[in-house]
Design a protein around this ligand. Sequence first.
Ligand SMILES: NC(=O)c1ccc[n+]([C@@H]2O[C@H](COP(=O)([O-])OP(=O)(O)OC[C@H]3O[C@@H](n4cnc5c(N)ncnc54)[C@H](OP(=O)(O)O)[C@@H]3O)[C@@H](O)[C@H]2O)c1
Length: 224
Amino acid sequence: MQLLVLGGSGRTGQLIIEEAISKGHNVVALVRSPSSLAARSGLTTIQGTPMKREDIKRAFEASSTPPDAVLVALSLKRVSDSPFAAVSQMHQLGLVMEDSVANAISVMKDFGTKRITIMSQWGAGNSFSSMSFLFRAMFQHTNMKYGLAAHNALDEETRQADVEFVLARACILADGEAAPVRIFPEDGKSIGFVPKITRASVAKFMVEACEKDDFIGKSPVISN
Ligand SMILES: NC(=O)c1ccc[n+]([C@@H]2O[C@H](COP(=O)([O-])OP(=O)(O)OC[C@H]3O[C@@H](n4cnc5c(N)ncnc54)[C@H](OP(=O)(O)O)[C@@H]3O)[C@@H](O)[C@H]2O)c1
C-alpha cells in the first residue's frame, strides 16, 4: 500500500513508519524537520506541516499514486514529556490536530483517498464513561484536558466527514515491544483501572487498520 503519515517524527509516528515499511508498504512522511527521520528504502520524507493544506497536497503528489490511506499520530506540543505538562502553543489550542485532519480530509477528497486512521485516546467520546473517578478528574482538571478536548473535537469532525475512518482510542502509552492488542468496545467497557499499551502495539494496530476493513467507521479502545 501507499501510505501517508502525519506526525511521523513523533514517538508513535516513527514506530508507525517502521512497522509500515517492515510490512512492505511505501510511506510518505510529512514532517516539519526532515532530519528527525533517518533515510531508508520505502520512505519519502517531505518537509512541511499538516497545518498547511498545500503541504499535504505536496505530500500526496510525492508518490506516483495517491496514498491508499492517511495515518495520523499528531499531538499537542507540551513543554515537557510529562502528560501533565502545559501545552506550549496555547494560541493553537486544539488546532494542530483539528486543522491538520480537516486539511488531510479535504485533500483526500480531491485525490480519491478514502481511508484515514487516527491515533485517538481512551477517554475520547463515550469512552470517558469507562474511566475511573480518578482518571476522569485528571482529564477534567489538569493540563491533560487540552489533549482530550482536541481528541473529542477530532472525533466529531472525522465522523461527520464522508471517509473511511478508524479512531484508535489508545489507553495509557508505554514504551516497549509490540504485544498482542486487546480490542474493547467504543465505550471502553470492562477495560480495567490503569490499562496500558505500548506505542509499538498502537503502531501495529494502526497499520493493520489500514490493511483490513474490520475497523472502518469504528473507534475501538485498545490496550495490551
Ligand atoms: N500519553 C498517553 O498516555 C496517550 C494515550 C493515548 C493517546 N495519546 C495520544 O497519542 C498521540 C501521539 O502521541 P505521541 O506521544 O506519539 O506524540 P509525540 O511524540 O508528542 O509526537 C507528536 C507529533 O505531532 C507533531 N506536532 C506537534 N505539534 C505540531 C504542529 N504545531 N505542527 C505540526 N506538527 C506538530 C510533532 O511534530 P514535530 O516533531 O515537528 O514537533 C510530532 O510528529 C497524541 O495525540 C496523544 O494525545 C497519548
